[in-house]
Design a protein around this ligand. Sequence first.
Ligand code: HEM
Length: 154
Amino acid sequence: LSYDEVEIIQKSWSEIQSKAHDTAEKIFYTFLEKFPQNQQNFVAFKNTPLLMLKGTPGFRAHASRIFNVFSNVIDALDKDPDMKGIKNIVAEVGRSHAKRQIKKRSYVELRIVILESIAEMCKLDDDGIVAWSKLLDIIYHILFECIDGRDQQF
Ligand code: HEM
């Protein structure tokens, strides 16, 4: 990521920080609405109709956990030149999810929703979309290495 790209990402993220919990819930809700089979991974609410989950504390808390990981990574972008800290943050998620048998397909589906939602909310231009795609490439590379069992170096 170039200096300019880090700036674009941090600026767009700060725009949605003020309504972090709502944004997180919206992204998580859209993910499960568009790709419903993923709800089966959530033991706590796999059998609850999605519409009933909206606004409940457990659902919102989980959505916010994903959001927090992104916040921590984005915050570190201009402070972590060798990306060691970022790799650790993401690999921790990757390992816990690999144990839960979360598939690459689920991640790819979530990625689509994250990028679409942020592009819309922050009115990203082409450069913004490229910067965000690169960030997601970095994060997903680490997550997928954990699934493939190649995360020993982290
Ligand atoms: C739990 C983050 C993608 C399913 C968690 C937790 C975090 C997190 C921080 C709680 C801590 C932990 O157990 O590790 C993320 C991030 C993602 C992501 C940053 C993508 C970039 C996914 C996907 C699925 C998924 C695609 C598949 C449906 C789960 C489940 C739990 C969980 C089932 C446990 C929930 C519970 O027991 O309350 N996630 N997650 N996650 N995540 Fe993810």
